[in-house]
Write a protein that binds this ligand. Structure first.
Ligand code: TRP
Length: 328
């Protein structure tokens, strides 16, 4: 039997190239190797956007469309919506009984996000409990592996601690301690050279048109020391080069690097090659997106089916947990 994988993504914005190259492409690869469950974690999106939930509905739809358009195949993996499987909420509640407050206050993202995000009040019970909900997402499928970025390691560690505590308090052999599946994924810089993120306003979205991509990349930051076309550049200092490493062929990448160092090509020419390659990579995805958008019932069917499959597994685990906690 294939090992089980679970991962989740928060619908708190439109999907961008960072989500695509950093996570989604890896998820597509994993569906051939593992029994994969991929969850759109809309309850998690509410923990920080509870005051403005309206856009989440649109982000969810965009996310599901992009999951499938990028190559997640509902015949190979289970794609589902967190809020459609109520067992996640039940397990979240039960795990909250056994999770010491100190463990949650110690999670680095908790204090970090509270100080970093100033336009939202994150001093809430739900926000503190974010990692408990994530633990429920993972443990309810008894997934052994969780593909995530390094930033999620503390959440995974907490998930393992909660599983261990459950097993110690109640019954052995119900919950599995999951491991992070740290696949090497490229760091995708945004238009200003910082990490690509919707909150930095530096992203290229999967839903952007070729014209928008052209315009965005043309004004993207390059090696700041290269002021004139005749100046020699250092590709390592240019985020455009980092995108070449992700979206261009090895030959083209080597060519632009060499030609930048000798000032043989200017930044505009270099960007033109990148724009072409990003558009080439995204064209099949856009075609599939169009198909899905013009046939909403296909999307509904895929989601309903995924939700059902996920719920069956979640319910199986929950019945063991209810029994262990003397609730049945
Ligand atoms: N916290 C994760 C993130 O921000 C999202 C997430 C929620 C998740 N539940 C999960 C990831 C379960 C992996 C497994 O990226």
């Amino acid at each position: 039997m294939k090992g089980r994988v679970l991962s989740g993504m928060q619908p708190s914005g439109y999907l961008h190239l960072g989500n695509y190259a950093g996570a989604l492409k890896n998820w597509v690869r994993l569906q051939d190797v593992y029994d994969c469950f991929y969850c759109v974690v809309d309850w998690h999106a509410l923990t920080s956007n509870y005051a403005n939930p309206a856009p989440i509905a649109e982000y969810k739809r965009d996310m599901l469309i992009n999951f499938i358009a990028a190559g997640l195949d509902p015949n190979k993996c289970t794609i589902f919506l967190q809020s459609a499987v109520k067992q996640h909420a039940e397990l979240h509640l039960l795990l909250s009984m056994i999770t010491p407050l100190g463990w949650l206050e110690r999670v680095p993202t908790y204090k970090e996000k509270q100080t970093e995000i100033k336009d939202k009040d994150l001093n809430t019970y739900g926000f503190l409990g974010y990692p408990v909900l994530q633990a429920a997402d993972i443990l309810i499928y008894r997934a052994g592996r969780v593909p995530v970025g390094v930033d999620q390691i503390p959440h995974l560690e907490l998930t393992r601690e909660i599983a261990r505590r459950f097993e110690f308090l109640y019954e052995q052999g119900i919950l599995i301690e999951p491991e992070a599946l740290l696949t090497e994924s490229p760091k995708v810089p945004g238009l200003d050279g910082r990490k690509m993120s919707k909150s930095y306003d530096n992203a290229v979205f999967l839903s952007d048109t070729p014209e928008m991509i052209d315009k965005k990349i043309r004004t993207m930051m390059t090696d700041p020391a290269r002021k004139r076309k005749t100046d020699k550049g250092d590709p390592e200092l240019s985020p455009v080069y980092s995108l070449h490493q992700i979206f261009s062929s090895p030959d083209e990448t080597a060519h632009v690097a060499a030609a930048c160092k000798t000032a043989e090509i200017g930044c505009i020419d270099c960007k033109r090659i990148l724009i072409k390659n990003i558009i080439n990579e995204l064209t099949p995805l856009w075609n599939k997106r169009q198909e899905l958008i013009s046939s909403p019932s296909t999307l509904d069917d895929i989601l309903n089916d995924g939700n059902k499959r996920a719920e069956a597994v979640a319910e199986e685990t929950m019945s063991l947990i209810r029994e262990a906690m003397k609730l049945s």
